[in-house]
Design a protein around this ligand. Sequence first.
Ligand code: KPL
Length: 303
Amino acid sequence: MDINVKITVLGAGAIGSLWAVALKQQQHDVQVWTRSSNPDYSVNYQALNDNPQPFLFTANNIEHLSQSDLLLVTVKSFQVEMALAPIINHIPASCIIVIMHNGIGSQEIIKQQLPTHDTLYATTSQAALKSEGLLRHTGNGQTFIGAMQTNTPRDFSSIAELLDQALTPCKWHTDIMQPLWQKLAINCAINPLTAINQCSNGELAQAQYQSQLKQICNEVALVMTAEGYQTTAQALYKQVLMVTHATANNYSSMNRDVFYQRQTEIDYITGYLIRRAKQYDIAVPANQQLWQRIKSMESSYHA
Ligand code: KPL
């Protein structure tokens, strides 16, 4: 990879904006692709324990996109197809695509939409919040990246180095499905429960939630094991408690989605787990119940 890489970040949410700022700080030529057609995009960025600083990006520029070396897709899982559709013909054949969202399940869509592009997937536990033009980096986390669909013989691990320079740590993983499953387990436990109970991540440490959390982890561990990933219910439960502690004051993304009556990523989190469980004939009643609750909450919006 060159020193100065031309990058388009598709999706101007908190995580997309955080990466856009961090990559721009490394002198890369970054533009942001947003839902509007504005030719620029600005945010006030507040790093951890720092004062806000303004950042201005080129936005929605087709020429920039058609010369991009890297397209970082940070929209929500269910938005991937719709967000890519209008720009697909402008993505150069040599452009590396990196997909970064909660949950699993957009690979099939990518295979159909971009069958010949080299595609990597990434998962991050960096925490950021964006509201009214202020982007706050609220917690340091780690990022894993790995190949999902590659057609050309290139050294893709240099993308991990590029991202690592922007927001460390970012590590290359030879089987990206493994960290994706690890993150899925955390999201299966934290997201639906915090959304249904409208509580913070930290509140899940209360005694009343422990048997439910353990049951969710038991079911996820069974499916992960069937998928060939070594784990135990106890290890997943411990990991979930660690995350609730590390992000105690945060509201999960699903909590916010339900709060603002937006579509959630339940079909790519718990829904994906249920689909895989069915494949192995594994019963996942606790997760099934959570999926049902979130689906009925979604359908009661604006009722
Ligand atoms: O990924 C998250 C989310 O909110 O979607 C966690 C890890 C639960 C942090 O809030």
